[in-house]
Write a protein that binds this ligand. Structure first.
Ligand SMILES: [Zn+2]
Length: 449
């Protein structure tokens, strides 16, 4: 009788203890809660508009599909603080789609034992081959280059609407026809940068080649091979999309601007991100040239001129409506990707300022820097939820150097666009060197093992 009572007592005590443990936060939970709350408020949800989609408390992080799911406490993702190392390892090592699948399958339950075992062993340690030497300061560093846009001639630059074509008034030789497209500039910059990076020991990949899109074919060929299939699969996802419906109208079915804007552009950005992620780079450099947003139509010059760079983050109201974006929100919350990208981008913007002699934009200098971005601790670096900033895994800079339509820059860029092998006097060469020296500065600051 006495023994049976003792066994029953022990069983009940153990059960109570387990219940108690299940309800007790882990050691250090308060500092984890504070850390991730601060990170989210600073980098991901500065305006505080996304509160219905997430909760961070003493037990972990919860992501909700909508307000109803939050009210019923039915999270799409639930991360207990004691699971954090496994989440971080999965997000560091699994390809983005694979990581999303693992996390969705886990849901509110535990990870399957084989997932825990695999990723626990991998940890978050990077297995990069970066081994700098005095002669090869970037030895083994993997760098993805994304030259923005795809046009290879005047006609294709019209499709993507990224060109300048106007006359700068003046007497005799001062009168200049400006006629170039952004894709020429980003391509020149990327190839010049790649030469420098490779000679410093880096391994470099491109998301596209000259004349082709990220699909490895011209836009015209993509339209023949893939347009209808891509449009139809988008229709299945968004049957009520008014813009897609326009493309079913026979009169508009072949309108290149519509096809580009509503079907091609997103699909191709996804392809770029897919190629970059498959390469598993240490750094990604996305190269663009900017224009003055107030100079509508870009048919004349502007006196304004700024450089800036973007990283991911800064989600806005309505931007967590789909499940995939909620996954990336969680990914950027739990990993150090944003912090690393901000540090790296800061190294690049400092060189943009010092080598191009163009000021870095402050939030006052463009409306989108206030409406859809927010400043970081680094000069000229802004969090902005651009597709590539969200879809690319790891450390990145999305550079927007100088205003192409600036009165002096447009003449310099016109010269560069007409030069087959630009040298140090060329503006595209100077921009490439600003990126290169920013990368070198970043590399020098990396801890050596
Ligand atoms: Zn661009």
């Amino acid at each position: 009788m006495h023994t049976r009572f003792y066994i029953t007592f022990c069983f009940l005590a153990a059960a109570a203890c387990n219940m108690l443990r299940a309800q007790m936060p882990i050691f250090g939970a308060d500092s984890l809660m504070k850390h991730y709350t601060q990170r989210t408020q600073l980098l991901l949800d500065r305006s505080g508009a996304l509160g219905t989609h997430y909760k961070i408390d003493l037990f972990g992080v919860y992501i909700y599909a909508d307000a109803a799911a939050r009210a019923a406490d039915r999270p799409e993702y639930r991360v207990s603080w004691n699971e954090l190392p496994i989440y971080k390892a999965i997000l560091a090592h699994a390809p983005r789609e694979e990581a999303r699948r693992i996390l969705l399958e886990k849901g509110n339950g535990p990870f399957p034992p084989e997932i825990t075992k695999t990723y626990y062993q991998l940890g978050t340690h990077s297995h990069g081959d970066f081994a700098p030497s005095s002669t090869l300061p970037l030895n083994g560093l993997r760098i993805a280059l994304d030259p923005g846009h795809f046009a290879h001639d005047s006609a294709s630059s019209r499709v993507e609407d990224k060109y300048l074509d106007f006359k700068v008034a003046g007497n005799g030789p001062d009168s200049v026809r400006i006629n170039f497209f952004e894709s020429q500039l980003t391509w020149q910059t990327a190839t010049l940068l790649a030469q420098q990076l490779r000679s410093a020991g880096a391994e470099v990949m491109f998301t596209r080649q000259y004349g082709t899109t990220a699909f490895g074919k011209t836009y015209e060929q993509w339209k023949k091979d893939d347009y209808q299939r891509t449009r139809d699969s988008l229709f299945i996802l968004r049957p009520d999309d008014a813009n897609l419906k326009k493309l079913l109208n026979p009169r508009l079915a072949n309108d290149d601007r519509l096809i580009f804007r509503f079907v091609f552009r997103d699909a191709e950005l996804r392809k770029r991100a897919e190629l970059i992620n498959a390469f598993r780079p240490d750094l990604t450099v996305i190269i663009h040239y900017n224009v003055d947003e107030t100079n509508t139509d870009w048919k004349r010059t502007t006196p304004r001129n700024y450089s800036m760079a973007f990283t991911g983050g800064s989600f806005h109201s309505g931007e967590l409506a789909d499940s995939e974006k909620r996954f990336d929100f969680l990914r950027l919350m739990l990993t150090d990707e944003l912090i690393n990208s901000i540090t790296f981008s800061g190294a690049v913007t400092r060189r943009m300022e010092s080598e191009l002699n163009v000021p870095l934009a402050t939030p006052r200098d463009a409306t989108y820097l206030q409406s859809s971005s927010h400043a970081t601790g680094q000069p000229g670096v802004y969090c902005r939820n651009l597709s590539l900033c969200r879809l690319v895994q790891g450390t990145l800079v999305y550079g927007e150097t100088l205003y192409q339509d600036n009165a002096q820059e447009c003449k310099l860029l016109m010269q560069a666009a007409q030069t087959p092998n630009p040298g140090p006097e060329s503006r595209t060469f100077q921009v490439a060197m600003a990126y290169y020296n920013g990368i070198l500065d970043w590399a020098k600051a990396q801890p050596r093992e």
